[in-house]
Design a protein around this ligand. Structure first.
Ligand code: SF4
Length: 604
């Protein structure tokens, strides 16, 4: 198989057995890799009775055929499982170097089942695999874990994916870290790894990716490189990171403020990416072969941080404006704490914000919060709650269950800011109505990476040949629903190729690159069909796990118009928008179920 190593590493932790299995070539051809390929495998492996934290629940690390090649930004990996946070399809992906290194070590992915008798870590070095006792690593933070495994293996280039204390404590908003502070953060994949007593996976390899047409691929890679090096969006990301979007986001009403209830707040302008770079940046960080280098390493003198990872735009929203905090040093330090313990900044920020809102409304009292008075705008309180969550200490045990569980606990589910129990990211769906469709239909719950209409409608990620073109961000129409559905299919293709979404070479160059790597003959339109198939396999899996058409909606909180700011008075017309998306995906308007034609295309 060109483009693939053709091998999946199988790990049975109860039996302490590790063995190689051939990659299912048909699945790979149909669903590419990453989360799409994992969903195809999982379709036959899990059902509504699979407890996400039980030993039998599978956990899949997967790459895609471009990962580890010379194509810029082609270095991500996906982690997939049934989510303990949401109960539905869970997927998260991360950049850095772990994905490429896994491929150099000889594997396209790792499929893990069962539970070890005691904490373990797994080493993979050029096809040689071994499980080791991790008892003395249990309780270590993600940085210490990575460093100690590199020391134990005597190689600073060993790449480690690991959980922190939050994953060990089965915190449902915990993620998996690699390459310092890169994270597969969403949907609680850290808790799944923790439930198996698997602390870390360390990989090192020296192999090569088999390419069908090395010369042709080299030309395509060079073309992509030339495109991104000096492109305006790449320059902004390099100069100011993803935080370069903060001011524009605030202006457009996309930046959530005071638990998604305020449209405009002047101090939010203090959270800008330019300020972050000018005052706190110590250096940029890049993933495998990336010329953009959007990653930040920063300092926060006020909290004693000299060189820490982050924060990203999402962290600045979640631990800044959402909590009515306008000092950039707070999201820097909060990001660092979440990194150390291994937690998802979006989910935790949104859960802490809900706790403040509930307290202010009198729906939570000091008798339920360990005597702590909760209110917006207090950095020390935020840091304390992060610590309590990671350790599941007192009230922190409730925060560890996530936003929807907290809203239910106080009997106010209407105040949850989740879609299918995943916390809403820092993009307000009232600012870009196409995002309402993205959130409502995203296979993992509210996710801004499953169809970034906030980017497309301002001219980023345009793919004219596939009908992905900017439009009026406040348009409620069938066509907007259709465009959002196509964007979702396109990004699901990306999630299966495990490509960084900041790399947008267009469908012609991307299909050429895939063909040159794999030897396939994909046409431009095939990319959209495969993307739709990936959305559909995840949808069918979610229906199997208990979702219905009724789950395709937004939380009440986000359907109320805001009084001020760039999105004032605007709300999505969900019926109209979803009708467009259903038509695009060929789903039944009443049941939301994929048509028989779609199901046949999936080969089920
Ligand atoms: S743009 Fe940022 S996230 Fe994407 S590959 Fe480059 S450094 Fe990584």
């Amino acid at each position: 198989m060109y483009g693939y190593l053709g091998k999946i590493l199988r790990v049975d932790l109860s039996a302490a057995k590790v063995w190689d299995e051939p990659l299912n070539a048909k699945y790979a051809r149909d669903f590419i890799g990453g989360s799409g390929l994992a969903a195809r495998y999982f379709y036959d492996m899990i059902d509504a009775n699979t407890d996400p934290l039980s030993p039998e629940a599978p956990l899949f690390f997967l790459t895609g055929p471009l990962v580890g090649t010379s194509l810029t930004s082609a270095g991500r990996y996906s982690v997939c499982a049934r989510s303990p946070l949401t109960g539905i399809w869970g997927e998260a992906n991360s950049g850095g170097f772990f994905g490429p290194e896994l491929r150099y070590a000889g594997y396209d992915g790792i499929l893990i089942t069962d539970k070890a008798e005691h904490p373990v870590w797994l080493s993979i070095v050029d096809g040689k695999t071994e499980l080791h006792d991790a008892s003395d690593l249990w309780g270590s933070d993600i940085y210490v874990t990575q460093q100690r495994l590199q020391q134990m293996m005597g190689d600073a280039k060993v790449r480690v994916a690991c959980i922190g204390i939050a994953g060990e404590n089965l915190v449902k908003v915990s993620g998996i870290a690699n390459d310092h502070g890169r994270f597969a953060a969403r949907t609680g994949m850290g808790a799944v790894m923790g439930s198996k007593l698997l602390k870390a996976i360390a990989v090192r390899g020296s192999g090569k990716i088999p390419l069908f047409d090395p010369e042709g691929f080299k030309a395509s890679s060079n073309q992509a490189l030339a495109l991104f090096k000096d492109d305006f969006s790449a320059q902004s990301l390099r100069e100011a990171g993803t935080a370069s979007y903060v001011n524009m986001s605030h202006y457009m009403g996309d930046l959530p403020i005071r638990y998604y209830q305020v449209g405009e707040w002047a101090p939010a302008d203090n959270l800008s990416g330019v300020d972050l770079s000018e005052k706190f940046l110590t250096r940029n960080r890049a993933c495998h072969k990336c010329v953009i280098a959007c990653g930040r390493e920063t300092k926060s003198p006020a909290y004693g941080d000299e060189k820490v990872d982050g924060p990203e735009y999402e962290t600045i929203g979640a631990f800044g404006s959402l909590l009515m905090i306008s000092d950039l040093q707070v999201p820097i330090h909060a990001s660092h704490l979440c990194n150390i313990y291994g937690m998802d900044v979006i989910s935790l920020g949104a859960t802490i914000a809900l706790s403040f809102e509930l307290f202010e409304r009198g729906l939570l009292t000091m008798s339920q919060t360990d005597g702590i008075e909760l209110h917006y705008g207090d950095p020390d309180l935020v840091f304390r709650l992060i610590e309590m969550t990671a350790h599941r200490q007192g009230f922190g045990a409730l925060l560890a269950e996530g936003n929807a569980a907290l809203a239910e606990y106080v009997g106010a589910p209407e105040l949850a800011a989740t879609v299918n129990r995943l916390e809403v990211p820092m993009h307000d769906p009232r600012a870009f109505l196409g995002m309402a469709v993205t959130y409502a239909l995203s296979p993992r719950g509210a996710c801004h990476m499953q169809g970034d209409m906030f980017g497309l409608d301002v001219g980023q990620g345009v793919v004219e040949e596939l009908g992905l073109e900017p439009g009026n961000r406040h348009e409620n129409s069938i066509e907007k629903g259709r465009t959002s559905a196509r964007m979702q299919a396109w990004r699901n293709l990306y999630n299966s190729l495990t490509l960084c979404q900041f790399e947008n070479p267009g469908a012609v160059l991307l299909s050429a690159a895939i063909n040159q790597v794999t030897g396939w003959d994909l046409k431009v339109d095939d990319l959209m069909s495969i993307g739709k198939n990936i959305v559909n396999i995840k949808r069918l899996l979610n229906f199997k796990l208990g979702l219905t058409r009724a789950n395709d909606h937004l939380p009440e909180l986000l359907l109320k118009p805001l009084k001020d700011g760039g999105t004032s008075g605007k709300t999505p017309d969900m019926d109209l928008l979803l009708a467009g998306a259903y038509a695009e995906f060929d789903w039944d308007p009443q049941t939301g179920y994929p048509s028989n034609v779609v199901i046949r295309q999936l080969g089920l």
